[in-house]
Design a protein. Structure first.
Length: 324
């Protein structure tokens, strides 16, 4: 089979499309014939050697995919050969991927493979970061950074589905801001020309928001603390702009604020959380309340080009590699 491999950390040029042996299914595991692989900023960090969960080199790239079950190992009863599934798998940018059955979820008939590949990481991150980690309550206000990105567009819509009273999204261009507004944001903020803290305070009559969704990190994280209302929660799930300066804990004390870390694989270790999140996302999709935006697709051989576009922030919504 063909797979995207890298033997050293570095830029997109270290990625290679190679012929490698197809994995053999093992007891308790599932082999998936991959049709579409989702691209995430985690793939960029993994390639750079900066990911929170390092990989041993050489490594096959990719963390999520959609396709159909090719084989099931002994002890796997919930899945059948030929069933369409989406889910998480190490080495997902390949024609076949081996993974655990609890990391796979059924695809509804009306959903294509590219759209299905957008749900496992970005959809479940948007869902569980707000529902499980931030414990978003109906009527609360939410600020979503990088709202035109894959997690961001999902987070804006998921917040609405969870009953948020108002959702505000930041982005960098008029096109991206229009996209965020079209997907339900009550107000948008151009962070390249506006002070987003001042804008949030203006939108909330000085109160601030209850939840901040931040995958940017750096100074954005530090400034976002100033956007929080009393008892507000900031969820950090990524650092596309790098590490922040040290956060002074006393900045959190006076208003009872919380900064919460989010890492999806740990969430999915809790039995049932993956299934509940996926079921809600699919239901909202079928009801027309959640729209999946796949803005760009690339063949597997163009993975370096795809990662470069993502890294340079030239994408919106979801980027998907079509495997075959």
């Amino acid at each position: 089979m063909q797979a995207v491999r890298f033997y050293e950390h570095g830029g997109p040029e270290v990625l290679r499309l190679e012929d490698v042996p197809t994995p053999e299914v093992r007891a308790g595991m599932v082999l998936v014939r991959v049709r579409a692989a989702g691209l995430n900023f985690a793939d960029v960090l993994q390639r750079q050697g900066k990911y929170v969960d390092p990989v041993r080199l050489p490594a096959t790239s990719g963390l999520e995919m959609a396709g159909e079950v090719a084989a099931v190992g002994d002890g796997v009863e919930a899945l059948r050969v030929g069933q369409r599934v989406t889910g998480l798998a190490r080495g997902a940018m390949a024609e076949y991927a081996l993974t655990l059955p609890q990391l796979l979820f059924p695809i509804p008939d009306e959903m294509d493979d590219a759209s299905a590949a957008a749900l496992p990481i970005q959809g479940l991150t948007a869902y569980h970061a707000q529902r499980t980690t931030a414990r978003l309550e109906p009527g609360e206000r939410v600020l979503v950074h990088a709202a035109a990105g894959g997690v961001g567009l999902m987070a804006v819509q998921v917040a609405k589905c969870l009953g948020a009273g108002a959702v505000y999204g930041t982005a960098s261009t008029a096109e991206k801001l229009a996209l965020v507004a079209a997907h339900g944001a009550d107000a948008t903020i151009d962070y390249t020309h506006e002070d987003f803290v001042a804008r949030v305070k203006d939108l909330t009559d000085g109160r601030g928001v209850d939840v901040v969704m931040d995958g940017v990190g750096g100074e954005v994280l530090l400034q976002s603390v100033r956007c929080l209302a009393t008892f507000g929660r900031l969820v950090t799930y990524g650092r596309s702009s790098g590490y922040p300066s040290p956060l002074e804990p006393w900045r959190l004390v006076a208003q009872n604020l919380a900064v919460l870390g989010f890492y999806l694989p740990r969430i999915l270790q809790r039995p049932g959380l993956g299934e509940v999140g996926h079921a809600d996302l699919v239901q909202w999709y079928q009801e027309g309340r959640l729209r999946i935006v796949v803005s760009q697709t690339y063949p597997l051989a163009a993975v370096a080009e795809a990662q470069r576009a993502l890294e340079e922030r030239r994408t919106v919504g979801k980027v998907v590699l079509l495997v075959g």
